[in-house]
Write a protein that binds this ligand. Structure first.
Ligand code: NAI
Length: 340
């Protein structure tokens, strides 16, 4: 009797493991710039994902070592390292998701736009390889200035005839992560339950936290709301200054990018209801790209959830963001028109 019960339990286990789908789908994820300050911790976090079967790491330096190190971790993804431009195609071939943190970070006193001259061509060349080798991949751009590198990526993909606006994301998750942290600290809330959308772009005044749409609902006197919004807009600079020349946010950015990637991979795998803010092609404002909460699905952006209701103060922040955001976007588009 006991052995019969045991057998049926075992059978049940075999049945469940054979028919559990989520962890068995082959999914290749590529990280470009994988040996950098963001790339290494991001790759470590991705290596822990049961949704990934192959983690392919590309950089112009150090990827053999990073890949060898990560490959000893007892988790599902196989890890491969790819070094230098001649190994880029192999890295991205067949990738379902490509995350790009390649390029230089800020030093104290620099704006994100100051990175344009170096990072524009890095992103354009990496995207060109994606267009040729994984034209259907979801692409998450971390490299700054995101307000320009996303339009650059879109224009390169358009030139190659493979642009799908649902599959291209500027990763702005760190702005949401910071907002959640600061609001929870200020209000004494459980941070794991706080979610504050951040819209607009990803630099200074183009970052627009929508505290009035935070869940749970929080209220601040106007002066405190302004202070908090300004802190969120300048939070990246807080880290740049604290690191005093040694770079910008890397660990919190890796956390944020992993959070974004996890939700996107789950949505691609059929989980419904995954929402993340991201800088995407948008008709919400006169800026062609604009961050809003988006519902993720099997094909990327399932639905843009839009800006929603704003307080007058928040609407004024959006208005103030527009000239810089539109100029950043135009600069990215013109770069590709001139150079590609
Ligand atoms: P890092 O300098 O530590 O690492 C960058 C990596 O990119 C290096 O390993 C470098 O070898 C590699 N690289 C340079 N040229 C390359 C190329 N042509 N192909 C492939 N790899 C290349 O910089 P970190 O701190 O990792 O930052 C990376 C980027 O992410 C910066 O542009 C930074 O501004 C941006 N960033 C974005 C954030 C966001 O919220 N979206 C937040 C923080 C940083």
């Amino acid at each position: 009797m006991f052995s019969r019960v045991l057998k049926s339990t075992q059978l049940c286990y075999v049945f469940r493991s054979n028919f559990s789908t989520s962890s068995k789908v082959d999914v290749k994820v590529a990280v470009l710039g994988a040996a950098g300050g963001i790339g290494q911790p991001l790759s470590l976090l991705l290596k822990q994902s049961p949704l990934i079967s192959h983690l392919a790491l590309y950089d112009i330096a150090h990827t053999p070592g990073v890949a060898a190190d990560l490959s000893h971790i007892e988790t599902r993804p196989k890890v491969t390292g790819h070094l230098g431009s001649e190994q880029l195609a192999e890295c991205v071939k067949g990738a379902a998701l490509v995350l790009i943190p390649a390029g230089v970070p800020r030093k104290p006193g620099m704006t994100r736009d100051d990175l344009f001259n170096t990072n524009a061509s890095i992103v354009a060349n990496l995207i060109d390889a994606c267009a040729k080798n994984c034209p259907k991949a979801m692409i998450g751009i971390i490299t700054n200035p995101v307000n320009s590198t996303v339009p650059i990526a879109a224009e390169v993909l358009k030139k190659r005839g493979v642009f799908d606006e649902k599959r291209l994301f500027g990763v702005t998750t760190l702005d949401v992560v910071r907002s959640n942290t600061f609001i929870a600290e200020g209000k004494g809330l459980d941070v794991t339950k706080v979610n504050c959308p951040v819209i607009g772009g990803h630099s200074g005044i183009t970052i627009v936290p929508v505290i009035s749409q935070c869940t749970p609902a929080v209220s601040f006197p106007q002066e405190e709301r302004i202070k908090l919004s300004v802190r969120i807009q300048n939070a990246g600079t807080e880290v740049v200054e604290a690191k005093a020349g040694a770079g910008s946010a890397t660990l919190s950015m890796a956390y944020a990018a992993n959070k974004f990637a996890r939700d996107l991979l789950e949505a691609m795998n059929g989980t419904e209801g995954k929402v993340q803010c991201a800088f995407v092609r948008s008709d919400e404002t006169e800026a062609k790209y604009f961050a809003t909460p988006v519902l993720l699905g099997k094909n990327g952006v399932e639905k843009n959830l839009g800006i929603g209701h704003l307080l007058d103060y928040e609407r004024n922040l959006v208005t103030a963001a527009m000239p810089e955001l539109i100029a950043n976007i135009k600069k990215g588009e013109e770069f590709v028109a001139k150079n590609f």
